[in-house]
Design a protein around this ligand. Structure first.
Ligand SMILES: *Cc1c(COP(=O)(O)O)cnc(C)c1O
Length: 498
């Protein structure tokens, strides 16, 4: 399987190169250049999580050795890294409603599933391609990717990891998780502005030939741990198959039955993995895209107009506070049957005018498969409370957005399919909002999120996850707050080049 850029089909490259580079040199995203042969419905990948992972990885990383892939999978998905033996267990709330808990990894959010394996894939890619430079992972984060990437890459040999997050744009726990990070090879800085500013700052660094040239001379090569990297996206395809397999094994689903997945969406990585799973033969009825009040994506799916020029709201689901969803570019490339010229045109309009409009044919294809709506903070918090009362089960704010949107879907569409909600964060990671949702919000005003962890634990009789409990005793190591136009200098000084 070869890869090429969404903005230029001329340049074929191997999967190892695509993972090593992260972003294509023309600013596009790497995608598989041909369709993988789909699995047959009566022969979907089965077995343990790791066996399913191996079946999926082998389809896409054809220049990797099977033994290397199996080693990487075993090093990532094990009981030292994940607090549950099934890795992504399902929780049954009712006969037609399941939660897939994607947050049993070290940082309590779903990003761990990809970022626990990405360093192993990247190391293998470096070896396969004979790369001599040291890899510098640059990451923009809306909150969860940063910590997951730091966990995955800290102290990995021949690698540096630098994370930028929007100052004031992440939760207190998320910020502490990053600023207390240990490791010889890590850098963390807050950037004035919002996530889109931070993400654009990183993309500009990638596209700055003079700077990348200077880095190359010094023996460094940039790569990305954001979901613009194919190596981030691929591991996320696996759990869609794992969920289906588990449902069939438990007798909750007949083999071949269609199901819906409901995905709380920001950068469109998680839900895009669901699209690829469907392309590979998984019986998916609808992919339901749930947005918060930054509802660019739900507007887009409902109207075909992507309109990013609007104020960014800081919501209680900060990992979805995004106006420009990078991975949508990959979906559009697929839906237009790989027309790089069309995609480049839309992306240029987005850059210039903050907006583009799909043609009718592409919009129809999009709407056949995706359904979208959004939930604001009030609905989100109400949903956390309702869900707790109804099922005695705590969900975080992001998962609650998905739960609220599924309710809207069911009110409007006739559909008897079983639905799986992708639960993307442990509720303790957003304990401030969860407590506000469940109890008298005035009572806890001004209490720090670290104290709220314990209060939530006592009140709901759930343990604080160990990674979050440990934050209280850790010194803050990374205190820098920089301007967006200083990100280049920050990078150079972190690498001791200025
Ligand atoms: C990153 C994140 C999301 C959004 O996922 P995308 O792949 O960016 O769409 C949702 N919830 C949580 C908790 C996240 O960390």
């Amino acid at each position: 399987m070869r890869y090429y850029s969404t903005r230029n089909q001329g340049n074929y490259t191997s999967s190892a190169e695509a993972i090593k580079q992260g972003l294509a040199p023309d600013g596009g995203l790497y995608v598989p250049s041909s369709r993988a042969v789909p699995f047959k419905t009566d022969n979907l990948p089965a077995g343990s999580y790791n066996e399913i992972a191996a079946a999926v990885f082998k389809l896409f990383l054809t220049d990797f050795d099977s033994a290397d892939l199996e080693k990487a999978i075993a090093a990532a998905y094990n009981e030292a890294n994940f607090a549950h033996p099934s890795i992504t267990p399902l929780r049954k709330l009712s006969a037609d409603l399941f939660m897939m808990e994607l947050w049993h990894g070290p940082t309590c959010a779903f990003k761990d599933i990809a970022l626990q394996i990405l360093p192993h894939l990247l190391n293998t890619a470096v070896r396969i391609t004979g790369e001599q430079s040291e890899i510098v992972i640059l990451t923009a984060t809306s909150g969860d990717t940063g910590k997951s990437a730091l966990e995955g890459f800290s102290n990995v040999p021949n690698t540096k990891i630098i994370v930028y997050f929007p100052a004031g744009g992440v939760s207190e726990v998320q910020q502490l998780q990053m600023t207390t990070q240990e490791g010889r090879n890590v850098g963390v800085a807050a950037v004035h502005g919002n996530f889109d500013d931070t993400q654009n700052g990183v993309k500009e660094i990638f596209n700055d030939r003079r700077l990348t040239g200077q880095l190359a001379e010094a023996g460094y090569r940039l790569s990305s741990a954001n979901s613009i990297n194919w190596g981030r996206l691929l591991p996320q395809i696996v759990y869609y198959f794992a969920a289906y397999h588990d449902l069939v094994s438990s007798g909750d689903l007949r083999p071949g039955d269609m199901i819906n997945f409901v995905v709380p969406t920001g950068n469109f990585g998680n839900i895009l993995a669901g699209y690829y799973a469907r392309e590979l033969g998984l019986p998916v009825n609808r992919l339901i895209c749930a947005a918060n009040s930054n509802n660019v994506l739900s507007d887009f799916i409902n109207t075909g107009i992507y309109q990013s020029r609007r104020p960014l709201h800081r919501t209680c689901s900060p990992s979805m506070d995004i106006l420009v969803s990078s991975n949508l570019e990959r979906l559009l490339f697929e839906l237009t049957d790989h027309q790089a010229g069309v995609i480049t045109g839309w992306m240029e309009q987005l850059m210039k005018n903050g907006e583009y409009k799909l043609d009718k044919g592409t919009l129809t294809k999009l709407q056949d498969l995706f359904w979208a709506d959004y939930a604001d903070d009030r609905e989100t918090l109400q949903t956390i409370a309702d869900n707790y009362r109804e099922f005695d089960y705590l969900i975080d704010t992001h998962t609650a957005v998905a739960r609220a949107v599924l309710r809207k879907y069911r009110a409007r569409e006739e559909d008897g399919c079983l639905s799986v909600i992708l639960s993307t964060a442990n509720p303790f990671k957003f304990s401030g909002s969860v407590i506000r949702a469940l109890y008298d919000s005035e009572m806890y005003r001004g209490v720090s999120e670290l104290d709220l962890l314990n209060i939530l634990s006592l009140k709901t009789n759930n343990p604080v996850p160990p990674g979050l409990a440990a934050l209280a005793g850790k010194p803050v190591k990374h205190k820098q707050v920089i301007e967006r136009h200083n990100m280049r200098d920050h990078l150079l000084s972190t690498l001791e080049l200025i």
